[in-house]
Design a binder for this molecule. Structure first.
Ligand SMILES: [Zn+2]
Length: 207
């Protein structure tokens, strides 16, 4: 706990001063260019891996960087409302769905029923990626190779979430008019390399 309070003091007295001008320029409004949808994993630091400053990224994070499909319901929808705000109010130009290596959320797709019992809300949440789970599970060769299974699951999951974004009518309209760029990234923690999804070739290419 002390570490966090010491960190807050260090930020105010040192790091903040370094970026003082930037904070001053954005103190009354934000104009981020990009909506970054990433995993909640502690090893993912969106500004670090995109070399961006405060004010540039509007960030949504959840287990396994999932985008729920569009629906009109009278519920409390955290991810959906943040997407709506970013696109309709902030007019962001880009959306990045960023998955990563060694993703615990994606790995949870394959936990036993007993293990999932302990995390009922996570079990429910990852159902949003059921198509990915079913697809990988149907391929015994991939299922037998854990390294391959992990990698393919993470990448298929990113592609699936891009398709979910396209179920949002206002995103579909902007995408059809080429007014928004949608990217899928796979970030590899141990190498620092990031792979960008190429839709035409249906492969992830090193940036
Ligand atoms: Zn993750």
């Amino acid at each position: 706990m002390e570490k966090l309070f010491e960190g807050a003091k260090k930020f105010t007295n040192s790091d903040f001063l370094e970026y003082k001008e930037i904070f001053k320029s954005i103190q009354n409004s934000q104009k981020p260019h990009t909506l970054f949808i990433g995993c909640s994993d502690s090893r993912i630091v969106p500004n670090l891996i995109t070399n961006t400053m405060p004010g540039e990224l509007f960030v949504i994070r959840n287990i396994a960087n999932i985008v729920p499909v569009y629906r009109e319901v009278n519920e409390f929808l955290a991810t959906t409302s943040a997407i709506e705000y970013a696109v309709k109010i902030l007019n962001i130009e880009n959306i990045i769905v960023c998955g990563h290596s060694n993703c615990g959320g994606c790995n949870a797709f394959y936990l036993s029923d007993d293990e999932l019992e302990k995390i009922p809300h996570t079990r429910k949440w990852i159902q949003l990626s059921k198509k990915v789970i079913d697809k990988v599970k149907s391929d015994q060769e991939i299922m037998n190779d854990l390294v391959k299974r992990e990698w393919i699951t993470e990448q298929l999951n990113i592609v699936e979430q891009i398709s979910h974004l396209m179920t949002y009518p206002y995103i579909k309209t902007l995408a059809d008019e080429n007014k928004i760029n949608i990217y899928g990234w796979h970030y590899v923690i141990q190498t620092g390399k990031i792979y960008n999804y190429n839709r035409e070739k249906n492969i992830f290419e090193l940036i």
